[in-house]
Design a protein around this ligand. Sequence first.
Ligand code: ADP
Ligand code: MG
Length: 378
Amino acid sequence: MSFDSFHLHPALHANLTSLGYKQATPIQSQSIPVLLKGKDLLGIAKTGSGKTASFALPILNQLVNIREGEKNRQPKILVLVPTRELAVQVEEVFKALSGNLPRPIKSMAVYGGVSINPQMKAIYGVDILIATPGRLLDLQRSNAVDLSKVERLVIDEADKMLNLGFQKEMEELLQHLPKQRQNMLFSATLSEQLSGLNKILLSNPVVIKIEEKEEEVKLINLSGYFVSNERKGPLLRHLIREKNMTQVLVFTSSGVKADKVAGKLNKNGIQALAIHGKKSQSGRMRALDKFKSGELQVLVSTDLISRGIDIDALPYVINYELPRSPKDFVHRVGRTGRAESKGVAITFVTREETHHLKVILKKMKRYMDIVDSESLEF
Ligand code: ADP
Ligand code: MG
């Protein structure tokens, strides 16, 4: 579907063109009209399907049409996301879409792990605030920001945000928002928590669920290897060399493991960095930027960056260790095969994990060929 039918501000169209967006994706086609009408929405669509612009476009369109005099100096729009890296990325999308508008629209990402003072100074006069919950609460408690003027709330990666891990912070934050507001929840995976809490959050929401077509599911080629823990390192190096992988994202289940795997790769002449929650924020950003730009061959990560992070045409994802939950598996492999591009996701499985893998694949409604690596020479 063309973007023309939404009658967005011409400057927004120009920005879409310069981003190379020609057609709206299915989630964009269906949610933009609903959101332009000011309705609450629960939008479910697979990873990489363009959910960010689904909320960013109607938000910007509304802001650009506000007359100057009506402007207040506190955020009108709040976007909540689970990780710092995703906050930065979503803010980049808002920036890219808000170039050359007739009145400047200010967006800003706030997140923890970096010093709070510069954020306190810069936050005044921001229209769109993209935040992780913890840092936003800190800013709120120190009166650096007033959330009572928020008119629209977006919760991206909603199932994660409404999960137990964020519950206390989310409850506290929501108390500071006006009751009367538009709510937009977006997610690739739906969970029990989401179906429970959205009843509280959303008033009579429109629910849009984009079902995947067969051929779209196949954009990600899934395959696996049975391998013992001791042979995982050698198998990883063998695959990287044999398949000439120039850009590969490797998932482990702990930060300690991520460091070990990256260290071992470097020792063997394969350039790798690790990213996880125990690393400094500047180290995290540097590793991700280098990887996104193609400068870094291997990024080894925990599930920290399994959510929402968009790496242009990433060809390979490797699950060095299986995630515990099938949902994490979906998000991990969804870092590849984004937009229309193809991707390959390779999973390492120990014999003891066979049952667990079956559970995951059943949830994904996918089949996967698994090769026994014992017979491979490397
Ligand atoms: P999601 O949040 O659903 O995982 P994103 O919003 O991160 O997906 O978008 C995934 C990728 O698709 C990004 O690189 C984005 O620039 C691109 N994209 C989004 N919408 C379009 C479109 N209409 N046309 C082309 N590319 C798009
Ligand atoms: Mg997203």
